[in-house]
Design a protein around this ligand. Sequence first.
Ligand SMILES: [Fe+2]
Length: 231
Amino acid sequence: MIVKTVESLVRQIEAKDLSTAAHTWRVVLYTRAMAEEAGLEAERIERLTHAAALHDVGKIDIPDRILQKPGPLDKDEFEVIKRHTQLGYARLIRLQERDELVLDLVRHHHERWDGRGYPDGLKGDEIPVAARYFAVIDSFDAMTSFRPYRADVGEEAARRAVEELRTGIGSRYCAESVEMFEALHGSGRLDWIREYYNDTCPVGFETQGVLVAATSKYGPTTPVAVVETRT
Ligand SMILES: [Fe+2]
């Protein structure tokens, strides 16, 4: 998929829900940090970046009244939300996306290691590798990001989130994914990402083949471009 299409889809996700938008930026950056740590080649990192940016693309098709509901969701509403995995997959198929890595991550990022996830109830090794790792990233960000009802986003929240991830090994998550994330988190190299747009600031956006163009307040060494133009 060309980067312009990825950008356009991400803009549509942003238009639906600003908290989703900030979440998208952070999970993209975590994904790249994990992929770089794993020593993946540049081409694969680029594909994973697209996959992470598009992971919740199916939320475009979820009604606003459910997606933006301020209070807790009831059972039926949660069933509708869960459909974003299949809706995202279907949307990408319609757009002629052929990259299995992208399609797999969009469809399977809510599967659980014990087979109790959705949409397909895949279990253990049946879950595509990228989706297993992404599930850890997605959960960590959900547990450490700002919400109207929770401003606890600092070090202590992160420590508790990592503990929660460890508790979920074998049920929600695969062990290697959690261990790798924990090691990287422990090195402190993810801290700036956790704080990235993790407040009430508007979400920035740049084009020219660059999806994320803001630099970390911690210095110039952080990655600037996260999606290179694909020819
Ligand atoms: Fe999702």
